[in-house]
Ligand binder design. Structure first.
Ligand SMILES: [Zn+2]
Length: 168
């Protein structure tokens, strides 16, 4: 019987990645979502700048290549990430995706928060995320919902999925 050909190095043509994050609102800090500072009396607490959308996207990129998650790569216990710009995390995740032999095709995301209203800022956030990820704005999906009945009015939640394509 002919031996089955083994291709241990064959990589899937496409891969999907998923990320989720949440942060609690705190007064006295700026609100950053998707790298954009939004006018609001409260920001998102956390060891870094609390950018819930960039954190979910970072985990989605890392998850797409089955790499360790954001908390493993950038431990909140490490003082160097205190107040850090979350774009740093996203760029590192994207670098790892590219090093693994993949290119980002598109992303989709959902924000869940009671306030502020995201609608007026959707275009700016999509453009900011597109620029950070090196893809065009029409490859960045962003929906915003209010947390009806979830009891999470004092937090912001973000879900994100990414599609990765093997580089030829
Ligand atoms: Zn986070």
């Amino acid at each position: 019987m002919a031996k089955k050909k083994q291709r241990p190095t064959a990589k899937p043509t496409i891969r999907i990645g998923y990320g989720w994050d949440s942060h609690e609102f705190q007064s006295g800090i700026p609100l950053k979502i998707g790298g954009v500072t939004l006018p609001h009396p409260e920001g998102l607490g956390g060891h870094s700048d609390g950018d819930v959308l960039l954190h979910a996207l970072t985990d989605a990129l890392l998850g797409g290549i089955a790499a360790p998650d954001i908390g493993s790569l950038f431990p909140p216990s490490d003082p160097q990430w205190k107040g850090a710009d979350s774009a740093v995390f996203l760029r590192e995740a994207l670098k790892r995706v590219r090093a693994a032999g993949y290119a980002l095709v598109n992303i989709d995301s959902t924000l869940i928060l009671a306030a502020p209203k995201i609608g007026p800022h959707t275009a700016a956030i999509r453009q900011s995320v597109a620029k950070l990820l090196g893809i065009s704005g029409d490859c960045v999906g962003l929906k915003a919902k209010t947390p009806e009945g979830m009891g999470t009015d004092h937090a912001a939640i973000a879900h994100a999925v990414v599609l990765l394509k093997r580089k030829s």
